[in-house]
Design a protein around this ligand. Structure first.
Ligand SMILES: CCCCCCCC/C=C\CCCCCCCC(=O)SCCNC(=O)CCNC(=O)[C@H](O)C(C)(C)COP(=O)(O)OP(=O)(O)OC[C@H]1O[C@@H](n2cnc3c(N)ncnc32)[C@H](O)[C@@H]1OP(=O)(O)O
Length: 221
């Protein structure tokens, strides 16, 4: 399987657009216009991730904790009235940005992608600490589902969902450094797409995964 690298690899990588909703038989929906935000949504997503890392690392005094809780509550109260249906939301839907404009999984920086494979870097901040400098064992399948799921749904393929995701933890995945991440198609037969991925720190294999993604039948959520 060979194809040309995408010159702007993160732009639209795994962008499902309206396909999931169409597959589920829902009408097209305008959604939020990413262009309306300029770079500000990216700045917000970076600030949010940076905040979570700083909070995870800090040992603040009681006054700071109380002030922070009050500030966060003020922002939640401002945002709650702006809640919108899933298809209109921006958080996690900005596939034109590295990291999709969200903080739930670490930022995936796509360096190269084509129809059947993708390569990039991932960096786990302190927010994703399990213990003793190693990434939490649940955060690793999270980034594997992200990269495999996006690749499985790339290049105008009909939307699919993860049926299984098998992860092998080969050595600790360190918090802090940029790690190399790679994913590729193994096979694509009927509705079944099998893909694999690896995470390396330098030459050390940290973790590897295999996922089965099954294309949704019409009306499947
Ligand atoms: C659509 C996405 C919408 C997102 C839109 C937002 C845009 C944001 C942009 C970017 C996002 C980033 C990207 C992330 C992507 C992440 C994706 C996920 O994590 S999805 C959440 C976790 N997964 C579930 O919740 C699935 C729950 N399970 C199901 O819904 C069904 O089980 C499903 C659809 C997977 C299959 O069910 P059946 O009834 O349609 O099909 P059957 O007949 O069971 O299976 C078909 C074939 O697959 C095999 N199969 C199914 N499950 C298997 C398994 N666990 N192990 C082995 N084989 C399995 C079967 O044996 C069968 O094979 P034979 O045709 O007989 O050869």
């Amino acid at each position: 399987m060979t194809s040309q690298p995408n010159p702007e690899p993160h732009k639209g990588f795994g962008d499902l657009g309206e396909r999931p909703w169409k597959a589920a038989g829902l009408p097209a929906h305008p959604g939020a216009d990413p262009a309306a935000y300029g770079r500000s949504w990216e700045t917000l997503a970076n600030a949010l991730s940076g905040f979570l890392d700083a909070l995870a690392e800090s040992v603040p005094g009681r006054e700071t904790v109380e002030a922070l809780a009050a500030d966060l509550t003020t922002w939640s109260d401002k945002l709650k009235p702006l809640a919108s249906p899933e298809r209109d939301r921006v958080f996690g839907r900005r596939t034109d940005l590295h990291g999709r404009g969200q903080s739930m999984s670490p930022k995936l920086v796509v360096i190269r992608s084509d129809r059947d494979s993708v390569e990039g870097t991932v960096h786990f901040g302190s927010y994703f600490l399990g213990g003793n400098g190693a990434v939490h064992g649940g955060a690793i399948p999270l980034i594997f589902d992200e990269i495999l799921g996006r690749l499985a749904n790339s290049a105008d393929r009909p939307p699919s969902r993860t049926a299984y995701l098998h992860t092998d933890f080969r050595s600790i995945t360190p918090i802090g450094p940029d790690l190399s991440i790679r994913a590729w198609f193994v096979s694509e037969e009927g509705r079944k797409r099998i893909l694999r991925a690896t995470i390396h720190h330098g030459d050390t294999l940290c973790a590897e995964a295999e996922g089965l993604f099954v294309a949704l039948r019409p009306g499947q959520p």
